[in-house]
Ligand binder design. Structure first.
Ligand SMILES: NC(=O)c1ccc[n+]([C@@H]2O[C@H](COP(=O)([O-])OP(=O)(O)OC[C@H]3O[C@@H](n4cnc5c(N)ncnc54)[C@H](O)[C@@H]3O)[C@@H](O)[C@H]2O)c1
Length: 268
């Protein structure tokens, strides 16, 4: 039921922290992994590491915001491995200019950065989904997993653009799930995971002080997390594996929180 051996997975942002870690897990399960990332150095480093640890990986320097490059990438992957079973949309993240400081208000938002963040997180999920879902529609099966966020359940201060974009990812997940099952094949499933708080490059500066202690923001996160800790990045792999596998054959359109209970707790 949970076997993923010999499946082919495309991971956008596969050279990054989350996507890279998911790639390592899937490769360890015998999945052939296509690492798609805009940064050639991220692609190369990840592919070398996966292959030298016994996995099967290929790298593709590509841009999730460019449909033409994505289509070319899809065709190359199909030529290499003949199929695409899994798409993980892990390219995304926040930008410092789109994050308000404690002192700023929404009227101080740098609109260029706001647009970049909404574009990367929303269209950077929509565009690859359309391109790779086409291969799944032709084959009659597939599993797409998007990365949502805790910033979509209720407002989190400072990160307005990111929150708006990730909330768009939620409805797009539900929308594409409906579209694929009703018009193509129920075996094409579309789901999302919503990671809680994991210390990563994107949020380290706002959660950890230079001396290693927790910031005031961190303390608020922990106070609202019933498990009273941050997540370990490996703890996302179980949810991703499950949603990719036949064990989730009747599950489509869900946004699964992996958050130590954060989204379920009012804090009171
Ligand atoms: N780290 C966390 O705690 C956390 C929590 C919730 C959600 N997320 C989400 O998980 C996803 C991955 O986050 P991460 O921490 O691994 O970030 P990361 O910055 O480590 O990785 C993102 C990767 O995407 C690549 N990328 C950026 N723009 C691209 C483009 N246009 N085309 C192709 N590749 C592009 C980058 O080169 C990078 O390798 C993001 O959507 C992020 O918002 C992360």
């Amino acid at each position: 039921m949970f076997d993923l051996k010999d499946k082919v997975a495309v991971i956008t942002g596969g050279g990054g922290v989350l996507g890279g870690n998911i790639a390592t897990h899937l490769a360890s399960q015998g999945v052939k992994v296509a690492i798609l990332d805009i940064r050639p150095e991220n692609v190369n480093e990840k592919v070398i590491r996966l292959n030298s640890n016994g996995g099967t990986a290929k790298g593709f320097v590509s841009n999730v915001l460019d449909m033409q490059i994505l289509e070319k990438t899809r065709d190359e992957i199909l030529k290499t491995w003949g199929r695409i079973d899994i798409l993980i949309n892990a390219a995304g993240g926040n930008l410092p200019g789109a994050t308000l400081t404690e002192e700023q208000t929404i009227f101080d938002m740098k609109m260029d950065d706001y647009q970049k963040v909404t574009d990367l997180n929303l269209n950077g999920t929509v565009f690859p989904s359309l391109v790779f879902a086409k291969a799944m529609a032709d084959a009659g099966s597939g599993s797409i997993i998007n990365i949502s966020s805790m910033a979509t359940y209720s407002a989190i201060t400072r990160v307005m653009g990111y929150s708006v974009a990730k909330t768009g990812v939620n409805i797009f997940t539900q929308w594409l799930a409906m579209e694929m099952a009703t018009k193509f094949n129920e075996k094409i499933r579309v789901n999302a995971i919503a990671p809680g708080f994991f210390i990563g490059d994107q949020n380290r500066a706002v959660l950890i002080n230079p001396d290693g202690s927790y910031t005031e923001r961190s303390k608020k996160v922990i106070a609202r997390t019933p498990m009273k800790r941050f997540g370990d990045i490996d703890e996302l792999n179980g949810a991703v594996h499950f949603l990719c596998s036949n064990a989730a054959s009747f599950i489509t359109g869900v946004i699964l929180p992996v958050d130590g209970g954060f989204s379920s707790f009012s804090g009171v």
